[in-house]
Design a protein around this ligand. Structure first.
Ligand SMILES: *Cc1c(COP(=O)(O)O)cnc(C)c1O
Length: 363
């Protein structure tokens, strides 16, 4: 089992393509040599250009860490020290951002919904109208807790109307869902290498309005989690203030080239959607229901209700014996749901085998 091809249907890390895996076994490079600095600049440029067409110019900085590192660095550097950040939460990751701002000692309000509900936009609007101290809004694009793709068009419109910059956790959407930087008033977003981009864990990144990086003061109360510090050196000559995950950078560069060659985020979204629908067809044929209505989901991950009498570990272990790793629910959803992500090198034949494995379990 350990060396056989394992299909990861969890929300990152992902099943790698052969070419990304090979990229990691290049010669050993030092992160303080010019060849790595050039690679680093190339990776940042590709990240910033994956969504072209914004009227403003954006710059990417990359850091060694997981997705949480990017989110925390974004909030550390850009959530104002002397203002209030409003967090809009409907799951684990929104609530985690509230915890980060608490830990940073910054003022915040959290507009929280039940995990199965959409963002509470009426409440968001009321706060924006009544509280001039709100200087930034933070939200999660794709709430991986349930698979819900949050209505960023609506939230973004409110941010724009009130002149509030949006800080976006795009960790599980960047590379596979539409992101409208201007319409949503995005000031920065956080992402990671090992979800929709199909790289390996170790690198995360923050993409920021270049003008903010060039003209504003960092709000960071951390040395490591200060994107301004990374920007200063990475944007200049490609060097990084701290050791970078060299092999993860090899993998990310290759994964970004592969993504560009295969048609960019739009193609990736339609691939994920097609996998989602195939799996849902099979689930539905065994009366396994989705947790949300199908149109509420991202392309990236869907959640399913465990049928009466089925315990998650049983399902997980049975699928794992067939070479597939699925994902449990979090918190109070832990005993109620299972989740299936569609990221990574998942081939048609893998989908077919997975459908057969579901059928032999539920059938
Ligand atoms: C996965 C995820 C994170 C955290 O990423 P880690 O790599 O686990 O630190 C943050 N936000 C969202 C929306 C995610 O899906």
């Amino acid at each position: 089992m350990t060396d056989a091809r394992m299909i990861l249907l969890n929300p990152g890390p992902v099943t790698l393509t052969d070419r990304v895996r090979k990229a990691m076994s290049r010669a050993d490079w030092c992160h303080r040599e010019p060849e790595f600095a050039a690679l680093s600049k190339d990776v940042n440029r590709r990240l910033a250009n994956l969504y072209p067409g914004s009227r403003r110019e954006f710059a990417a900085v990359s850091m060694t860490g997981s997705g949480t590192c990017a989110v925390e660095a974004m909030l550390s550097s850009l959530a104002p020290r002397d203002g209030v950040t409003m967090i809009v939460a409907n799951g684990v990751y929104g609530e985690r951002m509230a915890g980060m701002l608490d830990a940073q000692g910054k003022r915040s309000i959290c507009v929280q919904s039940e995990w199965l509900e959409p963002m509470a936009l009426a409440e968001v609007e009321k706060h924006l109208e009544e509280e001039p101290a709100i200087a930034a809004v933070a939200a999660v694009h794709h709430e991986t807790t349930t698979g819900r793709l949050n209505d960023m068009n609506a939230l973004g419109r409110l941010c724009k109307a009130h002149g509030c910059p949006l800080l976006l956790d795009a960790v599980s959407s960047f590379g596979a869902e539409e992101i409208l930087f201007d319409e949503w008033n995005v000031q920065a977003l956080a992402g990671t290498a090992n979800k929709c981009l199909h790289g390996v864990p170790g690198i995360c990144f923050v993409i920021v309005d270049r003008e903010v990086l060039e003209r504003s003061q960092s709000q960071a109360n951390s040395v490591y989690l200060d994107v301004f510090r990374y920007f200063k050196t990475q944007d200049d000559d490609g060097y990084s203030p701290f050791t970078q995950a060299v092999q993860a950078a090899f993998a990310l560069q290759e994964a970004l080239i592969e993504l560009e060659e295969s048609g960019g985020w739009r193609e990736r979204r339609s691939r994920y959607r097609s996998i989602a629908h195939s799996i849902q067809d099979t689930a539905a044929s065994h009366r396994v229901d989705t947790l949300l209505a199908p149109q509420e989901y991202s392309s990236v991950l869907w959640s399913y209700v465990l049928p009466e009498g089925v315990a998650y570990p049983e399902l997980h272990d049975s699928l794992k014996r067939e070479g597939f790793v699925i994902y449990a629910g979090q918190g109070h959803l832990g005993s109620r749901i299972f989740r299936i992500a569609h990221m990574g090198d998942i081939r048609d034949s893998d989908v077919e085998r997975f459908q057969a494995a579901l059928t032999s379990f539920f059938g």
